[in-house]
Design a protein around this ligand. Structure first.
Ligand SMILES: [Zn+2]
Length: 168
């Protein structure tokens, strides 16, 4: 939960930040544990994973991080992350219910709103206003909605070998 709240507040997960280059990250975290099967214009995969943490990059040579996805659905009780203190798979003591997540966001002073475009039968999504981090919940037939994914994906940057110029 502290990781989720941190993510909601800052839009980053540990050292993983949107806009950074993937190569800078792999120097810190080591090579990704798994890669996606699709590749971009540069012939490189654009999805990389460290356990439950997935990272999307742009599909050009700059390999800038464009999306961060914390998958919590298929591993509700087992969680693996490349962060300090997470040297092994951890079990969550209890499910990440909608109520627990929004209570934690409220307690941390994160303003959030329902995100209608990704709310429909079987799914509801909220968005943290300042960081634009989204929390997607699976709504079961019975019982409480539980967190499926927490993600952020800011608008794509302009791809190119040089860093983006700072806007005037
Ligand atoms: Zn790019």
């Amino acid at each position: 939960m502290p990781i989720l709240v941190d993510f909601a507040r800052t839009g980053s997960v540990g050292p993983v930040r949107c806009g950074d280059q993937l190569t800078a990250l792999t120097e810190v975290l080591g090579p990704p544990w798994a890669t996606g099967t699709s590749s971009g214009h540069d012939g490189l995969p654009y999805l990389y994973a460290y356990g439950n943490l997935e990272i999307g990059t742009c599909q050009f040579f700059c390999q800038r991080i464009e999306g961060i996805y914390l998958q919590t659905g298929w591993a509700q009780f087992e969680f693996e992350l490349p962060l300090t203190g997470w040297s092994q798979v951890r079990s969550l003591p209890e499910p990440l219910t909608y109520r627990r997540v929004v209570d934690a966001l409220d307690a941390a002073g994160c303003r959030w709103e329902e995100f209608a475009p990704l709310t429909f039968d079987g799914q509801c999504t909220i968005r943290v206003i300042d960081s634009e981090v989204q929390f997607g919940f699976e709504v079961p037939e019975e019982g409480e909605p539980t967190l499926d994914i927490a993600s952020v994906a800011p608008p794509a940057h302009r791809c190119g070998p040089a860093p983006d110029p700072v806007p005037a």
